[in-house]
Design a protein around this ligand. Sequence first.
Ligand code: CUA
Length: 316
Amino acid sequence: MPFFQQASSAAGKVDAVFIVICVLCVAFLVFITSTIVFFAIKYNKKRHPKGEDIEENVWLEITWTVIPLILFMGMFFYGWTNFDYMRSVPRDAMVITAIARQWAWSFAYPNGKRTTELIVALDKPVKIELRSLDVLHGFYVPAFRIKEDIVPGKNNYTWFTPTRLGSFDIECTVLCGVGHAEMLSEVVVVPLSEFESWYFGDEESLPSSKAVTSAQTSAEPQNPAVAILEKGSCLTCHSLDGKVMVGPTFKGMCGRKRTIVVNGKEQEARCDETYLSRAIQSPMADTVKGYPPTMPSNPLGAEELKQVVSFLMSLK
Ligand code: CUA
């Protein structure tokens, strides 16, 4: 049952609070509704044609005030202590920064590693610093029962201790634009030894992960420019195969005419190094006609930029 899977130390606590509150609410719903129905029948107009005044009853009033008060304070206390647990990060937690942008996730590790899926060690606490490069996003890992908004300009955080091996979905929970539904990633929980050999090794992704598997199965070794495009999440919006996504496809981009909008005026773009470098580094300076002006700027090194530009110009 993946829906009910509890894969972090907080999951059981969140579920317990949810179940207690839910059971109490259902019990009161049944109790109050059946009392209303019972009284409506017992005291209806046929049986009691003449209305009477009912004098106050102090003890009844005290009872129906104090019992719900105790129950609600109990709910509050139970919820508060578990919420407090979820905001108290253990001192030895590894700090990883989750960077959200339209419409992709990337994760930055203390040693400078960058990934598109969150790789963590089993039973080791992790603090996630949440950062947005553009608009509101939401960091949600259903199996961990953690969900936190990522607000641009604000430093929010969450934390978890994974208690199960495997891959768990990361979803964005704030409607952040046309690509919102595709803003997905995964937490990959591996044994500590595997995590350490990955963390201190040269590989970008885990030896067992999908990214490497697909590269190994394809006949050609992966192009370094494609690796840069993947790392920068460029391929979430631009396809390599002609498919129209959020942005124009990279396929044959220098072979076709493109109209760009500069300062509100349309003009033809020459597909040369200058144009491509500018389009990558300051994408808002001019935009391709018919596409939304949503691309974030990309801090590429000079060498990376050169590789990407010559790759894009060579794509037929
Ligand atoms: Cu990011 Cu929805």
